[in-house]
Ligand binder design. Structure first.
Ligand code: TYM
Length: 320
């Protein structure tokens, strides 16, 4: 089984990325041939500062390794190090109906929030389909927000197979119900573009301040607190032990504890949960050559895997 996923270097790693994609991806690396990449070509649709893009890319590589990506098991590379992906994206774009892309929520959301409606933003799902199909991927671990992009990928694969014979494997998304949508500071989906993120490798003080800033209602301390749709509980569940989580739910229901105390407990759980990753990250930061070497070897392997698939595609469509 081939497992593949990507993450954009368009900001710092946040809890949504970690629980929605990274942790499942890291677990899956034990179960098949895993390929994980940094989607720097996708990030170009929103990051305009070259120095920032380089920094985000490097930090994300370090963070993914710190979180447990094992380069001995998974092939880890930068999207732009495999040039065939843009060639495949072009070929796919020639069979992509405009209407299919016009229906994509992510494009509509981004332009509604004021991002310029560039062709790259519009064609984003086609490049993502190329990422997936280029490596004959079977399984793609992602958060729920990427579900529609996986559907586009399957539609395009089916279209190519109808037109040109059996060219592509049909990939399946892997979306875990318990972490499909990690809430942000305001209770909505945690997202860089909503400005409601909690960054994992933030300084202690900054992290605490962020968590203390989670939006809550005005229920008085002594009253029971609503447990439904609580961002505090939603996040605590991800990082606290089962017993601690159950105790917090109980304390919400009982009343008598203020939101400030719940947030302090959430901060403590978050800080503790990521302690081993922080330690590993400090080691990686001290040895920059190691990360470069992992990405270099990853690129070599990814290009080798992409080669035969791309040759198959070129033959199928008549370019070879
Ligand atoms: P990106 O960088 O926006 O997000 C990376 C991963 O994090 C997940 N995620 C979340 N999951 C649960 N709750 C949240 N609040 C949350 N926020 C983010 C995303 O679902 C995603 O899995 N298009 C992709 C990158 C990509 C890709 C690919 C993924 C490019 N090519 C090929 C898979 C296969 C993206 O925007 O990721």
């Amino acid at each position: 089984m081939r497992i593949l996923s990507g993450i954009q270097p368009s900001g710092k790693l946040h809890l949504g990325n970690y629980f929605g994609m990274m942790r499942p991806a890291i677990e899956l690396q034990e179960q098949g041939e895993a390929l994980y990449f940094i989607a720097d070509l996708h990030a170009l649709t929103t990051v305009r500062d070259p120095a920032a893009l380089r920094n985000y890319t490097r930090e994300l590589a370090i963070d993914f390794l710190a979180c447990g990506l094992d380069p001995a098991r998974a092939c880890f590379f930068r999207q732009s190090d495999v040039p065939a992906v843009t060639e495949l994206a072009w070929i796919l774009s020639t069979v992509t109906p405009m209407g299919l892309l016009e229906r994509c929520h992510s494009y509509k959301d981004k332009t509604a929030r004021g991002l310029a409606a560039s062709h790259g933003l519009f064609a984003y799902p086609v490049l993502m389909a190329a990422d997936i199909l280029l490596y004959d991927s079977d399984l793609v671990p992602v958060g729920r927000d990427q579900k529609q992009h996986l559907e586009v990928t399957r539609d395009l694969a089916i279209k190519v197979n109808e037109l040109y014979g059996d060219v592509f494997k049909l990939p399946e998304p892997s979306i875990r119900a318990d972490t499909a949508l990690v809430p942000g500071l305001d209770g909505a989906k945690m997202s860089k573009s909503y400005g409601n993120t909690i960054e994992i490798f933030e300084e202690e003080k900054v992290l605490k301040k962020k968590i203390m800033g989670i939006k809550t209602d005005s229920t008085p301390v002594e009253e029971p607190k609503p447990t439904e749709d609580s961002a505090i509980l939603g996040l605590y569940k991800l990082m606290a032990g089962e017993g601690d989580y159950a105790a917090m739910v109980e304390a919400f229901r009982a009343g008598g504890t203020g939101y400030g105390d719940f947030k302090k407990a959430l901060f403590a759980a978050t800080w503790e949960y990521f302690a081993p990753m922080r330690a590993r990250r400090a080691e990686l930061l001290a040895d920059p050559g190691q990360v470069d070497e992992v990405l270099r070897a990853g690129a070599e392997k990814a290009n080798a895997l992409a080669g035969p698939v791309m040759a198959r595609v070129r033959r199928a469509v008549g370019l070879a």
